[in-house]
Design a protein around this ligand. Structure first.
Ligand code: ZN
Length: 143
């Protein structure tokens, strides 16, 4: 494509996208996680789009739920695409907890790539990075 025929705005956009592309492997935000949709019904907190998160993070829904239950001191359960927690939980805490989950259980500590998978070896959990090949141990049983 001939750059000369494009408007300067389009050229600028191209440059921005090129720049984003070159750094995206190290950019945690490229996971593009949805915003948690939280509603309250009585004394229950419903995480309406829960299932989108394990899908985006490539983790087991049960593991992510285990983590949220521990951090929220709750006993939430999966119902369709939603999770229903007992008690009224702060909307803001879900985003913060998921950010922490990503940092601890998804992103490679060596190269910061979110392209990782987990492996179990004699009860020990490992994070295997598909970008740099690093193998890192992970704490707990949440990934
Ligand atoms: Zn890595």
């Amino acid at each position: 494509m001939n750059v000369q025929t494009k408007s300067s705005y389009a050229v600028l956009l191209d440059r921005i996208y090129a720049k984003l592309g070159s750094t995206s492997r190290k950019d945690i935000s490229r996971l593009e996680l949805p915003t948690p949709q939280i509603i309250w019904v009585g004394q229950r907190t419903i995480f309406r789009n829960f299932m989108e998160f394990p899908k985006a993070l490539r983790r087991e829904p049960e593991k992510l739920l285990l983590y949220l239950n521990k951090e929220l001191a709750s006993a939430g359960y999966i119902s369709g695409d939603r999770v229903i927690f007992l008690g009224r939980k702060e909307r803001s805490s879900f985003g913060a907890l998921i950010d922490r989950y990503v940092k601890n259980y998804v992103v490679c500590p060596v190269c910061s790539s979110p392209d990782t998978r987990t492996e179990k070896n004699k009860k020990l959990g490992f994070l295997l990075c598909e970008a740099c090949g690093a193998k890192s141990s992970i704490k707990g049983n949440y990934a």
